[in-house]
Design a protein. Structure first.
Length: 256
């Protein structure tokens, strides 16, 4: 199986603080890679670097696109990187308001991604938007409503529909269940698991929640102070953690 994304010896420093220290990993098609660690571990910095949202000090990131071309993400011209993020990649943000246009309708939020890949027929856009609203368990009658009229959980599901409508080959998720009530989190996690399986999604998932990665991730990286201290199959890492920091994370997640 060909590697979809390869991160090689990625380094990022903020003064004397090493936010990412020689991070390397590979992601394969239809695989979910979880990245866990406490605040300040470097996991969100790593995700931002992969997305091209910040410059790095050393390392490279290679992506195999739909044309079987290996793209060097960190040296891509900015217009091409933005085009990639609108088509083959998607970014699901912790705060859905950062991933939605709040002053246009739910349907228009989804339709914008379709316009980016060349769909122009208004009727087809409406039809596809309605289908994806149903996919994320939002009644299509809400298509013309503004996201500001939606609950936080509905806004997050709308962001998912906006990202997934173009069938991206890689999705970056930054704490997708953060800030939601427990019952809303559970519903969203069930939806995410269903979508991942149904569409064979490749995902890099950053979270501090052990329960989220256990449910969604095939493989796991554990980060502490900018370093990967443990990696492997998710169940293997969580059921038999070897590093003291991983043991601490797992035991904390088991506390009532």
């Amino acid at each position: 199986m060909k590697t979809l994304l390869k991160v090689n010896q990625l380094n990022k420093c903020y003064g004397s603080i090493r936010a990412c220290n020689d991070i390397s990993f590979e992601l394969f098609p239809a695989q979910v890679l979880g990245i866990v660690g406490e605040s300040g571990s470097g996991k969100s910095t790593l995700l931002s670097a992969i997305a091209g949202n910040l410059s790095i000090d050393a390392g490279n990131i290679t992506y195999l696109n739909s044309k079987s071309e290996n793209l060097e993400i960190l040296t891509m011209p900015e217009p091409k990187r933005r085009a990639l993020m609108r088509t083959e990649w998607g970014f699901v943000r912790q705060n859905p308001r950062d991933g939605l246009r709040m002053k246009v309708s739910a349907g228009a939020n989804i339709g914008e991604r379709l316009l980016d890949v060349g769909v122009r027929h208004y009727g087809n856009i409406r039809e596809e938007a309605a289908r994806w609203l149903r996919e994320v368990e939002i009644d299509p009658v809400r298509m013309d409503d503004l996201p500001t009229t939606f609950s936080g959980g509905m806004q997050q599901r709308l962001q998912l529909a906006r990202v997934l409508v173009t069938r991206p080959r890689l999705i970056l998720m930054d704490e997708p269940t953060g800030g939601l009530d427990v019952s809303v989190q559970a519903r969203l996690l069930d939806l995410l698991r269903s979508l991942v399986r149904s569409f064979g999604l490749s995902v890099i998932l950053v979270t501090h929640d052990i329960g989220v990665v256990r449910l969604l991730a095939h493989r796991l990286l554990v980060m502490q102070k900018g370093q990967v201290v443990e990696s492997g199959l998710t169940d293997q890492v969580l059921d038999d953690p070897q590093h003291p920091y991983t043991q601490l994370l797992v035991s904390a997640a088991l506390m009532p």
